[in-house]
Design a protein around this ligand. Structure first.
Ligand code: ADP
Ligand code: MG
Length: 634
């Protein structure tokens, strides 16, 4: 195995250019590296730099990824190539999961984690080299990190400290723009490893899930075993349902002379060890079918994948400054993303990509995604930047976010009591808030819960809101699932319902069986428990006093209100809802326990847009709580 891996490493395009690359890195403070998918950038370049020349006696190479899955899986691979145990020489650090030690010299982390590190150490002194990988993805945190890393590099220069090298890597990007922003030369690495043939649909498909599964099974019936298949879908629920359908179809083919088919889901809320299951190569004579969200779109290599099925859609988070809320929506991907998806095949041998959309649909796609910084809430970003010591209104962004959304963010932080003055300054409360890896509005709710005497309950609810839904609704057993959910339902709303689920789960003796009986997601509950532990730890570090409100949930709902005071909807005379303030029409999502009862005033967690604006994750609140708040602040 080791010998094979070492031999394979030497065949990667990046290996041949090693000398040239090292020379360029030596000669420049910042360097842009462009190389096609599979050329070996992510896994090899950090290993090339593993010498005294580049990292001194105790330096570290940090490689950032926009997604935690990429950081984790690539760290595993590089540890394997180095023949070391993960967490020692090679490690990773992502939100709620740190696998590093003082010996770690190659550290994979998410952009967000690196930004967090800058909050306590603005010059990022642990690092000799920082590699900003998948720079073209332009996630909010990548964009923030661009500026933060540049600033750290300059500060170190000014202070005469050890220089910081910055490498910016990608397969595709707007080279001129990056070169200008980083004032850095560009190196190109040639060569994809293996060709990938692209097949477009002849007709348009309304039901892309069924079309994708049909394609997968056509491939399954024809292709030799061990040619594995990767399908791009949009979200957890869709994927879990598709897994069931695929498993059922596979059972029907069982014993008919086809290779054995194993189906794996892959999405961000899945526990790490289950995510990694999808990465293992299928045993001899079998086939693997991976159903994934766009977490598998960049960076990762899933062993054995020869066939890609691209549905051409993805779930995208967008922000509406007018309603002040973020919306999750299924949207068409861009051409750049389509090519990234195609590139997931052909990493180990020639491959094929089946696009479930026509040539003309492809032509109509946008070239590149709009940078997330221009379409998301900036509240968290503004808080993080202030904690680093930077004012968001003057920050050196590659693409400036609109003034409107910057203003909304600063106003929101003012309302939460995290900042004051002009230019905005962090308050003591704001400093504490910046410790939590959460949306500032949830952090505020958490801090408010200390005052209201319900920290335990707030930790629970916020942890549950941080992951994917804990309720399952299998297509075939909808009614039973609803009946099960009704057992936890509270007429005070969905947050209290979540609390009831958690309490039931904690007390259940046989957790898996209990979840199964109650149509609950065991994995998602375990994930939430883990998040809760981490948050409780931060709360302890911040000296927050433990408290519980027991069965009276009023303090909990009041605490949530302090964080989410912009998310209130009011019942109208015609039995519809509008948001307070902006008076934007919304409807209660059918999944809410308050869907039928329609209370006069509700607090909501998020908005989902499926043609209509639905509000989800609700709590009943009392009008007098609003007045009390206004009089206490005004
Ligand atoms: P790049 O970052 O340039 O897209 P990578 O460094 O991620 O390329 O991967 C280079 C090659 O290393 C892949 O094409 C594949 O052959 C191999 N590889 C990387 N990760 C894995 C893995 N987890 N399992 C098997 N092979 C891998
Ligand atoms: Mg890569």
């Amino acid at each position: 195995m080791q010998i094979n891996i070492q031999r394979q490493r030497k065949t990667l395009p990046v290996y041949k250019l090693r000398k040239k690359l090292l020379r360029e890195i030596r000669n420049h403070d910042s360097l842009i590296i462009i190389g096609e998918t599979g050329s070996g950038k992510t896994t090899q370049i950090p290993q090339f730099l593993l010498s005294k020349e580049f990292i001194g006696e105790s330096g570290c190479i940090g490689i950032t990824q926009p997604r935690r899955l990429a950081a984790v899986s690539v760290a595993h691979r590089v540890a394997q190539e180095q023949g070391v145990q993960l967490g020692k020489l090679v490690g990773y650090c992502v939100r709620f999961d740190d696998k590093t030690s003082p010996q770690t010299q190659i550290k994979f982390l998410t952009d967000g984690m690196m930004v967090r590190e800058a909050m306590t150490d603005e010059i990022l002194s642990d690092y000799s080299v920082i590699i900003l990988d998948e720079a073209h993805e332009r996630s909010v945190q990548t964009d923030v990190l661009f500026g933060v890393a540049k600033r750290a590099q300059n500060l170190r220069k000014l202070k005469g400290l050890t220089p910081l090298k910055l490498l910016i890597m990608s397969a595709t990007m707007d080279v001129d723009k990056f070169a200008k922003y980083f004032q850095a030369p560009v190196v190109y690495l040639e060569g994809r490893q293996h060709p990938v043939e692209v097949q477009q649909s002849i007709q348009t498909h309304e039901d892309y899930v069924m079309a994708a599964l049909a394609t997968a099974f056509q491939i399954h019936r024809k292709a030799p075993p061990n040619e594995d298949i990767l399908v791009f879908l949009t979200g957890q629920e869709e994927i879990e349902n598709a897994v069931q359908l695929a498993e059922e179809a596979a059972r029907q083919l069982d014993g008919k002379g086809y290779p054995n088919l194993r189906v794996f889901p892959l999405y961000s809320a899945l526990q790490t060890h289950l995510q990694l299951e999808a990465f293992k190569s299928s045993p001899q004579g079998m086939r693997k079918l991976v159903l994934s969200t766009n977490v598998a779109e960049t960076s990762v290599t899933i062993e054995g994948i020869c066939h890609i099925i691209d549905t051409g859609v993805a779930k995208v988070r967008t922000y509406h400054p007018t309603t002040g809320s973020e919306v999750l929506k299924v949207e068409k991907i861009t051409k750049a993303q389509a090519w990234q998806r195609t590139g997931r095949a052909g990493r180990e041998r020639p491959g094929k990509c089946y696009r479930i959309y026509t040539k003309s649909e492809f032509k109509q796609m946008k070239e590149m995604p709009i940078p997330e910084i221009q379409r998301c809430s900036l509240t968290g970003v503004a808080l993080n930047l202030l904690a680093i010591g930077v004012d968001i209104t003057t920050f050196d962004f590659m693409d400036k976010p609109s003034k409107e959304s910057v203003d909304v963010a600063v106003t929101c932080l003012e309302r939460l009591g995290a900042v004051k003055g002009s230019p905005p300054q962090l308050t003591t409360l704001g400093r504490t808030m910046s410790l939590f890896p959460l949306d500032p509005r949830f952090t505020k709710a958490l801090l408010a819960s200390v005052e209201h005497g319900c920290l335990e309950e707030a930790l629970t609810v916020i942890a549950l809101l941080s992951g994917e839904s804990v309720f399952t609704e299998p297509y075939t057993k909808r009614d039973q699932a609803y009946a099960a959910k009704a057992r936890f339902a509270s007429n005070e709303g969905d947050h209290v319902t979540l609390l009831n689920v958690y309490r039931g789960y904690i007390n259940a003796a046989h957790k898996k069986a209990w979840c199964h009986e109650n149509f609950l997601h065991h994995r998602n509950l375990e994930y939430a428990l883990n998040v809760r532990d981490q948050l409780a730890r931060v709360a302890k570090c911040a000296n927050l006093e433990k408290s519980s409100c027991g069965t009276n949930t009023e303090p909990l709902r009041k605490s949530l209100l302090e964080g989410l005071a912009d998310n209130i909807a009011e019942l109208q005379r015609d039995r519809t809802y509008v948001t307070l303030g902006a008076r934007y029409p919304v409807a209660i999502h059918p999944s809410s326990t308050l869907h039928a009862s329609k209370p006069p005033l509700v607090l909501f967690t998020e908005v989902v847009n499926t043609g209509k604006c639905y509000i989800r994750g609700l709590s009943v609140i009392e009008p007098c709580w609003l007045n009390a708040k206004i009089s206490s602040t005004g």
